[in-house]
Design a binder for this molecule. Sequence first.
Ligand code: BGP
Length: 481
Amino acid sequence: MSFPKGFFWGGATAANQCEGAWDVDGRGESVADHFTKGDRQTPRYFTYRIDEGNYYPSHEAVDFYHHYKEDIRLFKEMGFNIYRMSISWSRLFPEGDEEQPNPKGIAFYRDVLTELKEHHIEPLVTISHYDIPFGIAKKYGGWQNRKFINFYLNYCKVIFTEYRSLVKYWLTFNEINVLSNGYGDIMAAGMLPEKDCPIFYTEETAETKSRRFQALHHQFVASAKAVSLGHGINPDFKFGCMIAATLPYGYTCNPDDQLLAQKELNLKNYFCGDVLCRGAYTPMAARYFEEEHILVNMEKEDAKTLKDGTVDFYSFSYYMSSCASADTGKENSGGNMSEGVKNPYLETSDWGWQIDPKGLRYYLNEIYGRYHIPVMVVENGLGADDILAEGEVEDEYRIAYMQSHIKQMHEAVKDGVELIGYTSWGCIDLVSLSTGEMKKRYGFIYVDKNNDGSGSLKRYKKKSFDWYKEVIASNGEAALK
Ligand code: BGP
């Protein structure tokens, strides 16, 4: 048994991490344009002003804006039949609250989508990937303000109508569960701090939690409304939720560890998954809100809106698993919103992320068993410090990482999971979200751009480029050897 016929193979990027051209053709500032560069030891900062003395990696990124034709040609050469990209909201609505979009922004995405169509690559479009217009964040306080639902829906109406015949697959919010996990106030909710601070900084009080969950509730409503709106505009549209897979194993067979792991699985994944896929809050939510003194205003009609706007498929990013332990003295592992106790059975990447291909199979079964809707892995990959030598990058470690994950996806398919696609993260090198570095590379395509912003932006094929090409040509078989 191999991967299903018509399986989607491709790669994924996000506008603020690859497009650049931050102030070109009428684009407005995004909150992400206010994030400085950090590294594994130094946090990225949000700065209210764009300081001349600071470096903001999103401003140029890898300049996909001016290289998209060349990049799409390379994707096609690898055999992609899908490409996950995001639209920069502030390229279309510079401040975020305008009625009418910026025509040059509309034209840019039309060109990109047309280019994909000509290459027979299906776009998978993330509507909001950590890319909130700075204008509305500043004026209205971010997603905690219910007005955001209408700004978002106006944006959706424009892109659904403009690109009605160019896009079929949409994701409403990237990793929506960062808000239930406590990381996303600035980047995912546009709730700006009073003072410049690290981008992942969150003060945890009942009040800040209430604001965060209020913002999340508004995103749930916005997502459901977008799904209903989109289905009305084109009944062929397919919508997915996008969740950062957070897979906690109980550290020991101590029932306390297992209960903790179960609670984390619920709060970090199903909290959002249940609303988006089933149209209602997960049973554990009420107790959690009560114990944490979290207050969320919900309008009377919201329950019906959520029920009516459930998604058509479940998509997620998967990089690692974690461990839950009731013993608070244990050493933690690093990760993107997935911190937990270090697992002695797993290796870690150079950035401290635990590598666990079998966890991907586990998670796929878990999700499909709960929701019974098609599933797509829309982010997965290895961030590594690649060396370009005489135009070549020998990234065997990336091949090994991806091969082991594809093998486990295949096991999940054999287990009966309706897996429909795989878009590896950062198919072309781009700016790292957590550190802002270029050095943390994920691509099959190397971009000559360095941490300090220097570099020619020239593209080079890595060794993994040819390997992935073979994998796609054989519908996955080449990775199963
Ligand atoms: C996910 C984000 C992506 C991406 C990825 C890798 O959480 O959706 O935007 O960047 O993580 O993370 P990083 O870039 O920090 O290595």
